[in-house]
Write a protein that binds this ligand. Structure first.
Ligand SMILES: CCCCCCCCCCCC(=O)SCCNC(=O)CCNC(=O)[C@H](O)C(C)(C)COP(=O)(O)OP(=O)(O)OC[C@H]1O[C@@H](n2cnc3c(N)ncnc32)[C@H](O)[C@@H]1OP(=O)(O)O
Length: 184
């Protein structure tokens, strides 16, 4: 049997520098939810994170959400999978600034401190650059705007054609995907 190649979220060669799209939302712009039922950012999801992302400088995003009892693993503490979800969503927000549809290929997470229920977690994600269709990025999660680092992540996102979401998802038309590419 042929083993799949070992994959890493650390770039193996020099990256093409990221370019903020000329029509990207200005730094400080709160980004709309990309889907109202998204478990990470959707305002209609009953128990989701309701994570709010904001465009940052260069190719960066900040995100915020408050851990509730719906997000527990151990009693009173956020589940690690939920924290990975928050990192994934914040990293995914980079596509708003790059104006390229992308999906997570790999997400490597370091859990550094426990995150109690009631904490507002402050996340930032930064694009490192591209190698072909691969976008490399890093993210950090803090226990307060300037607080202790609780999480770190390195990720590879893979640029996909808009049709990816139509072909593999439901209730999505090509027009809607193109709307996502050009709004806000
Ligand atoms: C309205 C809109 C809503 C927009 C909605 C926005 C939602 C945001 C949500 C946050 C983001 C998510 O959670 S997204 C959901 C979670 N992720 C997914 O569902 C992805 C599932 N996986 C896939 O669909 C596929 O494996 C792909 C698309 C990632 C790759 O498949 P492919 O298109 O056939 O391409 P492939 O040739 O395999 O790979 C292309 C290049 O990427 C590299 N590559 C592929 N996978 C990996 C990997 N895990 N780690 C490192 N590198 C990788 C390959 O080596 C190759 O490099 P080279 O040979 O070219 O050098």
């Amino acid at each position: 049997m042929i083993e799949p190649p070992t994959r890493s979220a650390t770039p193996q060669r020099e990256l093409e520098p990221p370019e903020r799209h000329p029509e990207a939302p200005a730094p400080g712009t709160v980004l709309p939810s990309h889907y109202e039922n998204c478990v990470a950012c959707g305002p209609s999801h009953p128990t989701g994170l309701r994570l709010v992302s904001t465009a940052g400088p260069e190719v960066s995003i900040s995100g915020e959400f408050t851990v509730t009892a719906d997000h527990q693993g151990a009693p009173g503490l956020a589940h690690g999978g939920v924290l990975a979800l928050a990192l994934d969503e914040t990293l995914g927000g980079l596509s708003w600034l790059l104006r390229r549809p992308m999906v997570t290929g790999r997400l490597e997470t370091d859990y550094i401190r426990p995150v109690p229920v009631g904490t507002t977690l402050f996340l930032t994600a930064r694009c490192l650059g591209f190698a072909g269709r691969r976008m490399y990025a890093k993210a950090v999660g803090r226990l307060g705007p300037e607080g202790s680092v609780a999480l770190r992540a390195s990720a590879v996102f893979v640029v996909v054609p808009p049709e990816h979401f139509v072909e593999h998802g439901t209730d999505m038309t090509t027009e809607q995907v193109h709307d996502y590419e050009v709004n806000p």
